[in-house]
Write a protein that binds this ligand. Structure first.
Ligand SMILES: C[S@@+](CC[C@H](N)C(=O)[O-])C[C@H]1O[C@@H](n2cnc3c(N)ncnc32)[C@H](O)[C@@H]1O
Length: 270
């Protein structure tokens, strides 16, 4: 078992599942309403061990999963939630070695999952036109791959960030996948058409049905010879709670987030 080291980012889980995220520095301490914990008491433990705060609260120490990390990381823009990221990886068929273009990077939530899925031989090119967002995203991505021991840095893909507007053009050609998480994906279709290889997949993520309608209509009217719609999806994920003899769905859930629109690039015969 890999012991927890100085410099690692870990989560401390307290009573009723409340989580605290800290980066471990020798000599430092973490304070919260239920007391104080010295970082030195955590460094050297094994994941899953517990520490006690100065006021006696038990905290379990874990390395966060990517989904747990995303829920706690800094948000510059609206992110794609892990429930949708999971579906996107499968529906857009992201595979090891793929060359993927995404726009925009936002807070980097989808980007991290893509980097892991394309693996060390793959590449993710990310177009983003707002520096304030890409700065947050790069910080989040660097922290995840360099400070979370289980992030899988060695096996993750190469990220190429470009300060570019995808509505104005895509420089890359023969891309395997293009993923658009921005308000007007239909404005990029002309460029997607030229840059996605035949057999490649386009995924667009949008919160409203009007956006999906406009995108579908544009594909149907202008690009029917270049794209076939593979599906339009929405993901509902409901957590359940078990407490003693009571077992029931949680009262609250993240309900509608966005639609996942997937189309395949075709080459229509004359
Ligand atoms: C909803 S956020 C993306 C969130 C990201 N997928 C995540 O999971 O963290 C949309 C991003 O697209 C960027 N954006 C919007 N229009 C764009 C364009 N035409 N070209 C490049 N980036 C664009 C915005 O600045 C914003 O950062």
């Amino acid at each position: 078992m890999l012991k927890i080291k100085e410099g690692e980012l870990v989560h401390l889980i307290g009573k009723r599942g409340k989580r605290y995220q800290i980066v471990l520095n020798a000599g430092s301490s973490f304070s919260f309403t239920r007391g104080m914990v010295s970082h030195d008491d955590i460094i050297g433990l094994e994941e899953g061990n517990a520490v006690k705060s100065s006021l006696g609260e038990k905290l379990v120490v874990v390395r966060p999963t990517l989904a747990e990390y995303i829920s706690k990381m800094q948000k510059g823009s609206q992110i794609i939630y892990p429930k949708d990221i999971a579906a996107i990886l499968m529906l857009a068929d992201i595979f090891p070695g793929a060359r993927v273009l995404e726009a925009g990077i936002g807070s980097g939530a989808l980007t991290m999952a893509l980097l892991r899925a394309v693996g060390k031989d793959g590449e993710v090119v990310s177009y983003e036109r707002k520096k304030e967002f890409s700065d947050v995203a790069i910080k989040n991505i660097d922290t995840f791959f360099n400070r979370v021991e289980s992030a899988g840095k060695e096996g993750s893909g190469t990220l190429i960030l470009k300060d570019r507007d995808v509505y104005e053009g895509i420089g890359e050609k023969e891309l395997d996948r293009i993923l658009l998480d921005l308000p007007e994906p239909w404005r990029a279709l002309e460029h997607v058409d030229k840059s996605l290889r035949t057999g490649g997949i386009l995924m667009c993520y949008n919160p409203t049905v009007l956006q999906i309608y406009k995108l579908s209509r544009r594909l149907e009217l202008k690009y029917a010879r270049s794209f076939r719609v593979m599906g339009i999806y929405e993901v509902g994920l409901r957590e359940w709670e078990i407490k003693g003899r009571s077992m029931r769905p949680e009262h609250r859930m993240i309900a509608h987030t966005g639609f996942i629109f997937v189309a395949g690039k075709i080459s229509a015969c004359e």
